[in-house]
Design a protein around this ligand. Structure first.
Ligand SMILES: [Mg+2]
Length: 293
């Protein structure tokens, strides 16, 4: 997939291989990815519930960040609560909140045709944005993670973009969403279909690691970047996002990324840990990994 680079000057990889080690400090703020980091499918990942409770007990601030547009912020807070993880709606940043803000700022008044599940349409309408299924009425095609994607939707998007000049905005750049069954095709797959048939390119891909979501995270966390860590399971979104945010990066190997993929990547996380259970200070892991120096 084509991933838009984060808008930051600090994109040069650091020299040397990444080190499989845990941070030895407690940060004032943590930005925590959800899928593949806090939970996988319907199960919290090992150590997640305990570590997040310890972070709260330490008085650090938390923001939960996901590129998954299938739930609202309130829905994610409720899901976390079901796992025994305290989370308020205002602590959850999702692409849908960023989407309504983006469209209001950059495409005000434009009709929006969606390739998305019903929650996206509901969210847009609730924000006063006109949703249409008529290609001729669409100023924007919003492409999202859509498990109901089909040819009829692609055809409407094709006509809106190619025939009527609609812009394309995507909710997130992820090629697949990790699940216990091996994953689900995500927004990048629907976006590739629309871009392939229209020859057009999205004017914005929201979600991590883009600047729109970074701005939202900064506003919610309220902690200096040097005092904060971004924790997630994907190099191209989570580690890249830590660079957009200028925060310390912690990659967990509990989701989409394997140790060998870390070794082969030009992007170097500051820390690599097996999972959230190793996020806070404690004994360093001892296993000899083939990519360690
Ligand atoms: Mg993830």
């Amino acid at each position: 997939m084509r991933l838009r680079p984060p808008e930051t000057e600090d994109t040069e990889p650091e020299p040397g291989p990444p080190v499989h080690r845990r941070p030895q400090r407690v940060f004032s703020g943590y930005v925590i990815d959800l899928d593949g980091t806090v939970y996988l499918g319907d199960q919290p990942l090992p150590g997640a519930v305990e570590t997040l409770a310890r972070i709260r007990a330490a008085g650090s601030r938390l923001v939960f960040l996901t590129n998954n547009p299938l739930r609202s912020a309130a829905g994610y807070a409720e899901r976390l609560g079901g796992f025994g993880i305290e989370a308020a709606e205002r602590e959850v940043v999702t692409p849908l909140g960023v989407l309504t803000g983006y469209l209001t700022a950059h495409q005000r008044g434009a009709g929006v045709l969606t390739i998305a599940e019903p929650l996206v349409d509901q969210t847009l309408r609730a924000a006063g944005i006109a949703v249409t299924t008529e290609p001729a009425s669409a100023g924007v095609v919003v492409v999202s993670f859509d498990r109901t994607f089909d040819y009829a939707k692609l055809l409407r998007a094709f006509h809106a973009v190619r025939g009527h000049g609609a812009a394309i905005v995507a909710t997130n750049p992820d090629p697949f969403c990790p699940t216990p069954d091996g994953g689900l095709p995500d927004c990048a797959a629907m976006l590739a279909a629309v871009e392939a048939c229209t020859g057009a390119r999205a004017e914005a891909v929201l979600g991590k690691p883009g600047p729109q979501m970074a701005a939202e995270v900064r506003a919610r966390l309220g902690v200096r970047p040097t005092e904060a860590a971004m924790v997630g399971d994907r190099i191209l979104t989570d580690v890249a996002m830590s660079r957009t945010l200028r925060m310390t990066s912690v990659l967990v190997l509990s989701g989409a990324t394997t140790a060998s993929e870390v070794a082969g990547s030009d992007v170097r996380p500051d820390y690599v840990i097996d999972g959230l259970g190793d996020l806070l200070p404690g004994p360093q892991p001892q296993p000899a990994s083939p990519w360690e120096p």
